[in-house]
Design a protein around this ligand. Structure first.
Ligand SMILES: C[S@@+](CC[C@H](N)C(=O)[O-])C[C@H]1O[C@@H](n2cnc3c(N)ncnc32)[C@H](O)[C@@H]1O
Length: 283
């Protein structure tokens, strides 16, 4: 693979991406043929590149290996009682099964953005893409989804997941249906006009114990933190010219920015708050 296969972002490297995890160790390992790519990312993220058999000496705190292998890029937690590896699994068996046998347009996220008879496709900006699970469901159901992710490591995992998805289904047109951009959605970004729906799912400072949180979310909490600026997302989305804004929240969480939605869809553990601004039916 070439160094440009998973290119480092063009935007300036964030100097503060590790601010949420002062007690966490990070390093990169790589199989030999990927080391140029891994080295570029190690420079960009400013973390050490180690031999692939490197194991951190036992110490306090939490430890994460960012592993480049022929199977893709994953985060492998290396501390005591750590959960298993985390990757953007858009091409694996579980994701394939969900695409083939999940609820399709009946999935809650699809209903929340407004897919229904007469509204078969929508241009969606998933402004907090994470590992791309929601975006993949929306794209599978017929939306054209632009993902935006501001955390460089999450962006790297997602870029890798998207590459594997496109490689595994070259005829499926994923290049048009699901795209990814690096950066933060905020007041000063004006280039995000032209979407029917803006979808927001920021991290939430949950009260669950670590043991109750899914493994990907535990790693996310260490890596990304709690998106303390989440309340700044809603107003720019409402002002963007989109026809609808949808916010995913834990079931009992307060409304984002304290702004009451017109309606909400309630799930078992989460809720979709819906802010309709114009009809989704194109005339
Ligand atoms: C809970 S995760 C999203 C999970 C995602 N819906 C999924 O299905 O995998 C939240 C993500 O939003 C990102 N994020 C938060 N605020 C953002 C912003 N203003 N712009 C871009 N990304 C943001 C975080 O870095 C994190 O990766």
């Amino acid at each position: 693979m070439s160094e440009t296969h998973l290119p480092v972002p063009l935007l300036p490297a964030g100097t503060s991406w590790r601010k949420h995890q002062p007690d966490c160790d990070f390093w990169i390992t790589s199989v030999q043929e990927l080391s140029a790519e891994a080295a570029a990312w190690a420079r960009y993220l400013d973390i050490p590149l180690k031999a692939s058999d490197y194991r951190r000496p036992c110490s306090e705190g939490r430890a994460y290996e960012l592993n480049f292998s022929g199977d893709g890029v994953s985060i492998i937690p290396r501390h005591d009682k750590a959960p298993g590896p985390v990757l953007a699994d858009l091409a694996g068996p579980a994701a394939r099964y969900r695409r083939a046998h999940g609820g399709g347009r009946g999935e809650m996220v699809c209903r929340a953005v407004g897919l229904r008879r007469g509204v078969d496709t929508l241009r969606v900006l998933d402004a907090t893409a994470g590992l791309g699970g929601d975006a993949m469901v929306l794209a599978s159901a017929g939306c054209r989804v632009q993902m935006l992710e501001r955390h460089p490591v999450v962006y790297l995992l997602l870029m890798d997941g998207l590459r594997r998805l496109r490689d595994s289904e070259p005829e499926a047109g994923w290049e048009e249906r699901l795209t990814l951009d690096y950066g933060g959605f905020n007041q000063s970004r004006t280039e995000y006009g032209g979407f029917d729906v803006i979808y927001l799912d920021p991290m939430f400072p949950g009260r669950k114990k670590k043991s109750q949180v899914k493994k990907a979310m535990q790693v996310f909490q260490d890596l990304v933190g709690k998106d303390p600026d989440a309340d700044l997302l809603l107003q720019p989305a409402l002002d963007s010219g989109a026809r609808r804004v949808v916010v995913k929240r834990p079931r009992l969480a307060p409304y984002l920015s304290g702004i009451r939605p017109s309606t909400s869809l309630q799930g078992k553990s989460c809720r979709y708050d819906i802010y309709p601004l114009a009809s989704l039916v194109q005339v």
